[in-house]
Design a protein around this ligand. Sequence first.
Ligand code: FAD
Length: 492
Amino acid sequence: SAVVHWFKSDLRLHDNRALYAAYETAKEHQVPLIGLYIASPQDWTAHSTSPARVDFTLRTLQRLQQDLGELDIPLYMETQEKRTAIPDRVVELCQQWEARHLYANIEYEVDELRREAKIVRACADKGINFALSHDTCVVTPGQLETGTGNQYAVYTPWYRSWLRFLKENPDYLEVSEEPGSNPGKARQDFKDLFDCKIPAMPKTHAVSDEERKRFETMYPAGEHEAMQRLDKFLEHKVRQYEEQRSTLPGEHTSVLSPYFACGALSARTAVTTAKRINKGHLDRYDQGFMTWISEVAWRDFYKHVLAHWPFICMNKCFKPEHTNIEWEYDKEIFQAWCDGKTGFPIVDAAMRQLRHCAWMHNRTRMVVSSFLTKDLMLDWRRGERYFMENLIDGDFASNHGGWGFGSSTGVDPQPYFRIFNPLRQSERFDPEGEYIRHWLPELRDVSGKAIHEPYARGAAAIAQKNGYPKPIVDHAESRNRALERFKSALQR
Ligand code: FAD
């Protein structure tokens, strides 16, 4: 007999609710605890998961296996080619191990919910007790309601309600313990499960050796690294976060998003740790801490939106009236955006950062999403997918939310008439042009303010010589086009 914890996007021991519940049950029955992970390349393809994120997941699994091994807990891993086979396979493995209890944390995306529903039925048929925990959000979706009993669609009142809820329910901030050593004799009963190989990187998601080394250096895997980053950020940077978070050169944010996405760090641990250092406050005392906590809360907000309005998983706009917007589908223009060759230095620098780091600064995520959808008038879904295909922190809810904001078609979007001006953004958040020069070698020799707009500010010769393109559109003209398209869609 045994107890199984099925790992998905919760690849950690620390503060993992379902894992700890599984451990407690194993302890109660004095039976072995087994960790399970099933890789699904078909799922990765269907969800446009980036190779960088797959690589990061596999590296994180390796650390997880070591950490679990130290507690005599095996991590059994395998690859299932067909994702529809996963529910039956999970149940089959439980039967093979004679496990009467299966634990997992809930994922709120539609495909995942459907899969879990199948497992609930299959487990019921076989007499296996399948327990699901809410773990990924600090406040569980469904807990916060407007005065009329609805889900909030606007962040600010939602955030006030989030803060109020946590003050009234401090247990939601309690971090769960880590499991201790395996209560059962796993090394004896399940010896073979201990030398399980990490699933192979599928060909569809291959990274080159050079990329793997680069990502390994930039984002070492595992929860210990995540905790170290969190501690370092809270010690050295968070107090300047309010003033510095939009500054593009340098590193002023936590870069913890890859760790949140694969679950090497829980949002609860992040918020609780920040609160403790901020003298026990979520929304008082130091402004840097307060702002950072409110950013981590955005992650919860978008997951609440997803859990309440699951249709957003189906390529749909949040509001039906936005379906009428007339989009462009020019492949070459889209490719210029992807390649960082639009002739708008701030946009191009950001797109090159994405390609090199599989990550982009939040400010430029807003700039490039606005640029794609307003200046180029390209369908936001193309940009949303490209981000997922390339981000190491690709997370459906946050990405969909970010694209909804940037394109003014989402829940709580910026008003459509507020269109980012790439030049102003560049001058404001990269005043000396350091970020641009770093990512655009073609413009490294351009000095002074010309860096923001080389062709219009006397640096055309250098730009041309180095093959940097002229602006692909005229911002003022495309701004008018976007305003007209939005206006006519909303009037229909
Ligand atoms: P910090 O500034 O240190 O913030 C801490 C944490 O708070 C982040 O790690 C993240 O978990 C959360 N957070 C901060 N801002 C946001 C936000 N606006 N929405 C949701 N969560 C937030 N974030 C993702 O994790 N995955 C995505 O796929 C993703 N796609 C985005 C697409 C667009 C178009 C936009 C505008 C934003 C997107 N974001 C996404 C949100 C945000 O840009 C990143 O979370 C942030 O840049 C990560 O850097 P950091 O860890 O240094 O953040």
